[in-house]
Design a protein around this ligand. Structure first.
Ligand code: ATP
Ligand code: MN
Ligand code: MN
Length: 298
């Protein structure tokens, strides 16, 4: 099986001391990706993904027998967990939550069959103050991708009115996520109220296009502006994470300028990602962590 080519421009990922078993285990049968293929993918994207993973709690979608058998969300340590995976104390929980602080940590996630990595919107050292907002745009049946793009631009426009710059990524699945970094100052309650108000205003102004209500029956032909990712302990898939569905999509950061040329939430995959990286001089979200911005009045 063809290995993913290593990146040319960035420093190569370090070798790992994680012990791998069953390297030939097939995780994505249709795409033909094995555990080794997943390790190769994350080795390639390590310089791109590390800043979105390190120092924050992670929830893992683990599929030990691949995507066909399905998996489970893992929030807490398990028997035999690799020592490269951090165990973080959360005063709200009896059991520790999970994190990584190194490339070995990421490789340990691969060995643990974590086929999706879902970070919190807060850092491990400040669990009570979100450092990003996220709007998860969920299309109902019969919504064209161009309409999801328009929704993302509308979220961006409304955030800009609140003096918040935002970034867009594919989910690797059906939709798009719009993300705004925050200086961690406001509480989760304040952040969620802000996001709900933005979602409600979009649904109010264009009820034929948008809904801010999770009820499925409300959704055909409309886009659900899911603001519920903005709560303590809620997660969203990480930039550059794989998805445990066909066609092995990657949640892919985009520039706003290239968004119009994207045709699907799963356009970028493990199989074609090295080609995308070859044409990128820098992360489309360059500057994400340098922005200093806060919610209005905070
Ligand atoms: P798509 O574009 O296909 O909607 P998505 O990642 O936005 O992809 P959603 O179904 O909208 O998928 O779910 C949003 C997020 O909710 C997921 O990425 C995940 O982080 C979180 N999530 C959903 N179910 C669970 C769960 N049982 N435990 C933990 N997190 C979950
Ligand atoms: Mn979604
Ligand atoms: Mn959702």
């Amino acid at each position: 099986r063809e290995r993913v080519a290593p990146m040319a421009k960035e420093a190569e990922a370090p070798a790992t001391s994680v012990t791998f078993t069953h390297r030939d285990r097939v995780y994505w049968p249709e795409a033909g990706v094995t555990k080794q293929g997943l390790a190769d993918y994350y080795t390639m994207v390590w310089p791109w993904i590390e800043k979105y993973l390190l120092g924050r709690p992670l929830v893992l979608l683990r599929c030990p027998n691949g995507i066909v058998q399905g998996g489970f969300f893992q929030k807490h340590p398990w028997a035999g967990i690799d020592p490269h995976i951090l165990q973080i104390h959360d005063p709200h929980e009896k059991e520790p939550i999970l994190g990584i602080d190194s490339f070995d940590g990421l490789m340990a996630l691969v060995q643990s069959a974590a086929l999706e990595i879902h970070p919190w919107g807060a850092r491990s050292d400040d669990l009570d103050h979100p450092d990003r907002l996220i709007f998860d745009l969920d299309p109902g049946e019969g919504v064209a991708f161009a309409e999801i793009i328009a929704a993302a631009k509308e979220v961006r426009r409304r955030l800009a009115e609140a003096k918040l710059k935002s970034f867009v990524k594919t989910t690797g699945g059906k939709g798009l996520h719009v993300v705004a970094p925050l200086t961690p100052r406001a509480t989760w309650t304040v952040a969620k109220d802000f996001c709900r108000a933005l979602a409600d205003s979009m649904a109010h102004d264009a009820p034929q296009l948008y809904t801010a209500t999770a009820t499925k029956t409300q959704r055909p032909k409309r886009i659900y502006i899911d603001y519920l990712r903005n709560a303590r302990g809620a997660t969203a898939v990480a930039p550059y994470s794989t998805r445990a569905r066909p066609p092995a999509g990657i949640s892919t950061p985009l520039t706003w300028d290239e968004l119009d040329s994207v045709v699907s939430g799963s356009q970028f995959t493990i199989g074609n990602f090295s080609k995308r990286l070859q044409h990128l001089a820098k992360d489309p979200w360059d500057g994400f962590f340098r922005l200093r911005q806060s919610l209005p009045g905070k």
